[in-house]
Every structure is written in structure tokens, then in C-alpha cells.
Design a protein around this ligand. Structure first.
Ligand SMILES: Cc1ncc(COP(=O)(O)O)c(C=O)c1O
Length: 397
């Protein structure tokens, strides 16, 4: 049990995409928002205090990156992954994960090149690739009774067919799998065999359920790390997305050099986000206790929703097993609703915003993603509304 729940941010004066923006678009006073991947909790106090100290000093000019930043990252990777890096020669900053991903893809691939992704996956993966004229090779995950696993045969086929990069998400949005060491080793073996690069988006790596473990693919060996660029940010785990700060780890000196040149080409290397730097230091040095509570709470929210549907509408609406993230990935295929319209119908009838699985690639149709980083009251109300939504469909069958 969570002894004390995390504090929900007071919504007065906030202007969030997740809530205020949606409420502006929709006519319903009782709208519930489970869409955007943000938490409703207050960001951890040590981060807020650190940011406040910056404001008090009264200077917001271009920052240098202090040693404390590199040390915080080094210590954190050592603590969480026994991964010993020299951050000064392998870490570079960027303005958020997407910019960091695109900068990497731009140096690893040329227009027309293929990139493999494991679907269903966050829609931005496909969007960034197609908008930038890269070919998407979908490698659908295999859904089994107890959750998702990687189809290594299909992955090998994608790599053999010429994918230059495998872009993974670890833990995986939306299905919540934190890939196990053995799975990562197999992925890496294949990428090494076919000389493919690995781009690993590990933005959810702090949000592992208490009994789970996060393994960074690059931490498995120096050889693997030399073929990998790993993307990190405090945005998801510590609720700092608005700071637009991310960093990469690239231990291969040639890749590091090229990434640095790519940043220079955009005048991005000079002067980074001061608040992002300060928040990163505070997150990795001072927030472990807060994070322990968060991990318990999101795991409990997930368990609650799973049990609610199991007991209230067995067989109609199933929360898939997960080991990380604040998402519930919910199977509604039995309702036999046209998948393209699923979230729209839920929105119209239940007045709740959820993410539709359909645009997330093969394997996403008939699923929705519900963000559970909110109050238990919101989750209970959302669960009741979804139950009613399913029951209405039952009565029509
Ligand atoms: C898998 C994944 N990567 C990256 C991002 C974006 O991260 P950021 O806002 O820190 O750039 C998201 C946001 O939802 C995400 O789900």
C-alpha cells in the first residue's frame, strides 16, 4: 500500500495541454483527461527548490554546464545500471527527446533509409520518420496471454531488409514493458550482426514498478554501447516536460563527435536550458525517496484498474500486464468498434480523453492508452465511465 499519496498539483493558474487545452476544445464540464503523457502530481520539491534558488539569484543568461551535472548523470547511471560512463566525453544536451532523437537519426540515416520500430509504439516515432523522409519498417510485438514480447524473427527480417537503425523505447510506450536483459542482449546481437545502429528512447526509465528493473541496452557491453545512442530526460519521471531538456549518452567517440557537430550546425551546443540543467542535477541527486513513492503509486493505480475491470466487466475490457510507466494499455477489441473511431466514441459518450491505439502502428487497433498519473478519484470515475461504455455496447450485441 502507498502510505501517503503524492500531492496533486493545484490546477489554479495552470495551462496544461493535458487538461486546460482539452477543456477549451470540448463542450463538457465533466471532461476527464487521461491522454497527454504528463503527471497531475506536483513535481518533486527538491527540483522546485533548486529552480527557485536560480530565480532568487536573479540571472537567466546563457549557462555553462557545471561538473555537478555530469557527476549527477554518472552517479545515477552507475547506481541504476552499474554503467560506468565518462559523461564529459559521452553526454550531450538537446531541447527535449524528440529533438534529441531527430538529431541522432539525422546523423545515422539519409532520406530514404529505413528505420525499424517495434509497434504499437508512441505515434511520434512514425511521425518523425515519415515527415523527415525516412522509411518506417514496422516490427509488431507479439501479444501473448501474459503480455508482450519481441518477435525476433520479424526483427531480423527488418534488419536483413536494410533497416539502418532500430529505434526502441525502453520501457516501451504504450505497452509498459521494461525490456529484460536477455531480450536486450538478443536485440543487440542482431543489430551487431547486421551492423544496425540502436537508438534507445529511455525517457520512461525511472517509472519502473517497485518489483521491476530497468536495464539500459548500452550498459550491456562496450561493443553494444558503441552502436547505441541512448536518450534521457527527467521530463516523464519527474514531471519536468515544460523545461524542454534532454540529454544523450553516446560512448562511441565518432558518433559523439558527429552529434556534437550536428548540434553546432543548429547553434544548439552553445547555451542550454539553465532550468533543465538544474532540474537534472536535483532529480538525480535528491529525489530518490520521492521516486520510490511515485513508483509504488503508479503500480497501485495500475493494479486497481486491472482488478476493477476483471471484477466488474470480465472479458470485455482488459488492462494488459505491465512493468513500468503510468499508462494502462487497455484491450477493447471485444467491443468490435471501428478502431479508427474508438477514442472518439469514448470521448463523445464517456467524456474522457484517452489515446487511441490505432495510429500507433500494427497491433494498436482496438486498444486505448489511459494515463493513470492522476488522483485515485479520477481513475475511479474514469473506470466507471468506461464500464458503462462497455455495457452499452454489450446491450447492442
Ligand atoms: C516515448 C516518448 N518519447 C519521448 C517523448 C517526449 O519527451 P519530451 O517531451 O521530454 O521531449 C514522449 C512523450 O510522450 C514519449 O512518450
Amino acid at each position: 500500500m502507498v502510505d501517503q499519496r503524492l500531492e496533486i498539483a493545484d490546477d489554479k493558474g495552470l495551462f496544461r495541454l493535458k487538461w486546460e487545452y482539452e477543456k477549451e476544445q470540448k463542450p463538457w464540464d465533466d471532461l476527464l483527461c487521461f491522454g497527454t503523457a504528463d503527471m497531475d502530481y506536483r513535481s518533486p520539491q527538491p527540483i522546485l527548490d533548486a529552480l527557485e534558488r536560480v530565480i532568487q539569484r536573479g540571472h537567466l543568461g546563457y549557462p555553462m554546464i557545471p561538473d555537478a551535472y555530469y557527476e549527477a548523470i554518472q552517479n545515477w547511471l552507475l547506481r541504476t545500471n552499474a554503467w560506468e560512463i565518462d559523461a564529459r566525453s559521452s553526454v550531450l544536451q538537446n531541447a527535449g527527446i524528440y529533438m534529441a532523437a531527430w538529431t541522432a537519426l539525422n546523423i545515422l540515416t539519409a532520406p530514404g533509409d529505413a528505420v525499424a520500430i517495434l509497434t504499437p509504439v508512441h505515434f511520434c516515432f512514425r511521425e518523425i520518420l515519415t515527415l523527415n523522409r525516412r522509411r518506417v519498417m514496422e516490427c509488431p510485438l507479439i501479444l501473448e496471454e501474459d503480455g508482450y514480447r519481441i518477435d525476433f524473427g520479424a526483427l531480423e527480417a527488418c534488419l536483413a531488409a536494410g533497416s539502418k537503425v532500430l529505434w526502441i523505447c525502453n520501457p516501451h510506450n504504450p505497452v509498459g514493458r521494461a525490456w529484460k536483459k536477455e531480450e536486450l542482449q538478443k536485440i543487440a546481437d542482431l543489430c551487431l550482426r547486421y551492423q544496425a545502429w540502436i537508438l534507445s528512447d529511455d525517457v520512461y526509465c525511472g517509472l519502473i514498478f517497485p518489483e521491476g528493473r530497468y536495464t539500459a541496452i548500452a550498459s550491456l557491453s562496450r561493443e553494444i554501447s558503441y552502436r547505441t545512442i541512448t536518450l534521457y530526460s527527467t521530463s516523464k519521471t519527474y514531471n519536468t516536460a515544460a523545461l524542454r531538456h534532454a540529454f544523450i549518452v553516446a560512448e562511441n567517440p565518432e558518433i559523439y563527435k558527429q552529434y556534437r557537430e550536428a548540434l553546432n550546425a543548429m547553434s544548439m551546443e552553445y547555451g542550454q536550458n539553465l532550468m533543465g540543467i538544474v532540474a537534472t542535477i536535483a532529480a538525480f541527486n535528491e529525489c530518490d525517496a520521492w521516486l520510490d513513492r511515485l513508483r509504488k503509486e503508479i503500480a497501485e493505480n495500475h493494479r486497481f484498474l486491472t482488478q476493477y475491470f476483471e471484477s466488474q466487466i470480465p472479458g470485455r475490457c482488459r488492462v494488459m500486464k505491465s512493468d513500468a510507466s503510468y499508462f494502462a494499455w487497455i484491450d477493447l477489441r471485444k467491443l468490435r468498434i471501428r478502431p479508427q473511431t474508438l477514442s472518439y466514441q469514448i470521448e463523445q459518450e464517456a467524456h474522457m480523453i484517452v489515446e487511441n491505439g490505432y495510429p500507433l502502428g500494427r497491433g494498436g487497433a482496438g486498444f486505448i492508452r489511459m494515463n493513470l498519473a492522476t488522483s485515485r478519484a479520477n481513475i475511479e470515475e474514469g473506470a466507471k465511465r468506461l464500464k458503462k461504455f462497455c455495457e452499452r455496447r454489450d446491450s447492442r450485441i
